[in-house]
Write a protein that binds this ligand. Structure first.
Ligand code: FES
Ligand SMILES: [Fe+2]
Length: 393
């Protein structure tokens, strides 16, 4: 990525927002480069571009299928600014529907809930869980209810978004034209041939809200440079000398380490992947499938960290933990599960404070994107460039 893009109105807009200098520094060779300019962390217009190009055009993690175990279970979610509903249909298929009534456009679902049909709160149009319109009271006059046996067709049924489930992880692609999900996940799969992901089961999730830009979550997630200063327990488990910068393979960032001994919440007391090799039993791997699906693979778990932008300086994070087989739910493993969730909660909270400092620092006119460590921060820097590239291509 050298910062050369075909001339276009959007390129000009990007340069206006980031500044010619900031744009050029972002794409300079790493030794001279800076991170993205402050505007990329504070501008509403910039965030709108990211939502459209990074989030709507990609696969986005929308939750765990296990959050919607019964027909009629549903939850609202916003992806790239688009309100959607993820639900479990009568045939237990997980679907994504645009969360907007075809009549006057009321949002249909505002809270996780369980319902047999979707009834609009405004004029009570009723839709099935498959999105098809079923009835329309009083539409053609008082006390006349139109009913629809096979839905109302293209103009009246709720609009479905592309949705696929991979081992209990629900992914949605709003634009509908992203590559096949398994192609998108392929760089992760190719690095993990010894792991039987069919064995993972959802054990629960943690939620966080942070007053920082969504990109900072991942810029922080990728680099192990801050571990010695911010994460004392993690440093004990995996010291600096087992760490490296990681690297990008196509659109997927990859990093790993071999840890000296199993540690609390990482391989010490919960069952491992079936058939895992001895070498993999002492490895931690972490991935970021651009833009926001971050997954950490330890011998006993598959843990997902995703962030959803709310505003330039506000982000919702979810951390979903998947364990091996019945470790996810059985009473025998309840204590170890609680300890594991606590470990993730503590670790993530250590980062949240730093993210807010990074966000605040980007209010300073004296900050120009900073100087980056060529040893640790090449891939981190590349993340910002990928955001720009995605907007422009
Ligand atoms: S807006 Fe939904 S029924 Fe009128
Ligand atoms: Fe961290």
């Amino acid at each position: 990525m050298d910062g050369t893009f075909p001339d276009s109105p959007i390129l000009q807009r990007v340069k206006d927002l980031l500044g010619e200098d900031g744009f050029a520094r972002t794409f300079a060779p790493l030794e001279e480069a800076s991170g993205l300019p402050n505007a990329a962390y504070w501008s509403d217009e910039w965030l709108a571009l990211e939502k459209e190009h990074c989030f709507r055009r990609s696969w986005v993690f929308a939750g765990a299928a296990a959050e919607l175990p019964e027909p009629g279970d549903m939850k609202p979610i916003e992806i790239g600014g688009a309100p959607l509903i993820i639900l479990c249909d009568h045939d237990r298929q997980i679907r994504a529907l645009h969360n907007v009534c075809r009549h006057r456009g009321a949002k249909l679902v505002t809270e996780p809930c369980q319902k047999r049909t979707l009834t609009c709160p405004y004029h009570a149009w009723v839709y099935g869980l498959n999105g098809k319109l079923r009835s329309r009271p009083h539409f053609n006059g008082p006390n006349i209810t139109d009913t629809f046996k096979d839905g109302g067709g293209d103009k009246l049924d709720l609009i479905e978004a592309r949705c696929e489930v991979w081992n209990g992880c629900v992914f949605v692609n709003v634009s509908g034209d992203a590559e096949p999900l398994l192609d998108w996940l392929a760089p992760l799969m190719e690095r993990t041939p010894g792991y039987d992901f069919n064995a993972i089961r959802w054990a629960g999730k943690l939620e966080f809200e942070v007053n920082a830009n969504w990109k900072l979550v991942y810029e922080n997630y990728m680099e192990g440079y801050h571990v010695f200063a911010v994460h004392p327990k993690l440093l004990d488990f995996a010291p600096m000398n087992v760490r490296w910068s990681g690297e990008w393979d196509r659109h997927v960032f990859y990093n790993d380490y071999v840890f000296p001994a199993l540690g609390e919440g990482r391989g010490d007391s919960l069952p491992h992947y079936p058939g895992l090799s001895q070498a993999d039993a002492k490895r931690g791997l972490w991935f970021l499938c651009f833009p926001h699906f971050a997954a950490e693979v330890f011998p006993d778990q598959f843990t997902v960290l995703v962030s959803y932008p709310i505003a330039p300086d506000k982000t919702r994070e979810e951390l979903h933990v998947f364990l091996i087989g019945d470790a996810a739910t059985s009473d025998d493993h309840a204590t170890a599960r609680t300890a594991l969730m606590q470990m993730w909660d503590d670790l993530n909270r250590e980062d949240l404070g730093m993210l807010e400092l990074l966000q605040q620092g980007r209010l300073s006119p004296a900050y120009d994107g900073g100087r980056l460590s060529p040893h640790w921060e090449g891939p981190t820097h590349d993340f910002g460039r990928r955001v720009v590239e995605r907007i422009l291509t």
